[in-house]
Design a protein around this ligand. Structure first.
Ligand code: DX5
Ligand code: ZN
Length: 225
C-alpha cells in the first residue's frame, strides 16, 4: 500500500460517524475531497460499552479505499486485541492500533500486528500515564493519543490534551506518526497540530456537517494536512 502516507499529515475521517446505510458513498465523498486515510473504530462491548463493527467492514471497504490510493486505519477498542489481529489484517487493514490498557500482552500484540504485515499502532486512553510507552520504544510504528475517553463518537475534546500530545511527541521523537482521536474539529485540529500531532481522526465534525467535503477540507487546512 501507500507506505509513506502516514509520514505525511493526514486527516482520517471516522466511518463510525457515517451513515451506515451508505458507507461506501460516504467514504467516496471524503476521498474525493482529498482524504486518504480512513479510520475504522472497532468496539466490543467490553473494553468499551458499545458495539460497533468488525472485520467485515474492513473487507467491505478495502477495494474501494486501496483502489483510490488510500489507507485503512483500524482502531481496536477491544479486550485481548492480539486474538483478532489476523482477522483484521486478512480483511485488508493497513494499520492496526491496540490499546495498552486492553491486554497484559501489549508487546506481543504489537508484534502480532507487524507479523501480519500491518503498521502497529499503540493507543493510550486519556487516563493512562504517558510513561506507559517508554518500555515499548521501537515496538510500534504509530502512537494514538485518545483526546476523549474511547467508546463513543461526538464527545468534546478533553481540554489540556495538548500537554499530553507534547509529552508523547517528546518521548517518540520527530519521526513517528502521532494520531489524535476524539473531538477533533477545526480549532482542536489546529492546537493538536501545534502540539505535535500528525494524524487527525475526525468523525462527527465531518459526517455531522451539512457539507461533508467542505468540512473535511476545513479540518485538513487547520491541521496543516
Ligand atoms: C471514539 C473513537 C473515535 C470516534 C471519534 O471512541 O475512537 O475514532 O469515531 O469521533 P468524533 O470525531 O466524533 O469524536
Ligand atoms: Zn478511533
Amino acid at each position: 500500500m501507500q507506505d509513506d502516507l502516514l509520514n505525511t499529515r493526514q486527516v482520517a475521517p471516522s466511518v463510525l460517524a457515517s451513515d451506515f446505510a451508505r458507507v461506501g458513498a460516504q467514504v467516496e465523498e471524503v476521498m474525493t475531497a482529498g482524504a486518504r486515510v480512513i479510520h475504522i473504530d472497532v468496539m466490543d462491548g467490553a473494553f468499551v460499552p458499545a458495539l460497533s463493527m468488525g472485520p467485515q467492514m474492513v473487507s467491505a471497504l478495502h477495494d474501494q479505499v486501496h483502489d483510490a490510493g488510500g489507507w485503512l486505519d483500524v482502531h481496536l477498542m477491544i479486550e485481548r486485541p492480539e486474538r483478532h489481529v489476523e482477522a483484521f489484517a486478512a480483511a485488508g487493514a493497513d494499520s492496526i492500533s491496540v490499546h495498552v490498557e486492553a491486554t497484559p500482552h501489549i508487546h506481543y500484540a504489537l508484534k502480532a500486528v507487524r507479523e501480519a504485515d500491518c503498521k502497529a499502532g499503540l493507543a493510550l486512553n486519556p487516563g493512562t500515564p504517558t510513561t506507559a510507552i517508554d518500555s515499548l520504544a521501537g515496538a510500534f510504528d504509530l502512537l494514538l493519543c485518545m483526546t476523549v475517553n474511547p467508546g463513543w463518537g461526538g464527545q468534546p475534546y478533553i481540554p489540556g490534551s495538548e500537554a499530553r500530545i507534547e509529552d508523547l511527541r517528546a518521548r517518540i521523537g520527530s519521526d513517528v506518526p502521532l494520531e489524535v482521536d476524539g473531538g477533533i474539529d477545526v480549532p482542536t485540529a489546529g492546537s493538536a497540530a501545534d502540539a505535535g500531532a500528525t494524524l487527525f481522526v475526525a468523525g462527527s465534525s465531518i459526517y455531522g456537517a451539512e457539507d461533508v467535503a467542505a468540512a473535511y477540507r476545513e479540518i485538513a487546512a487547520a491541521a496543516g494536512a
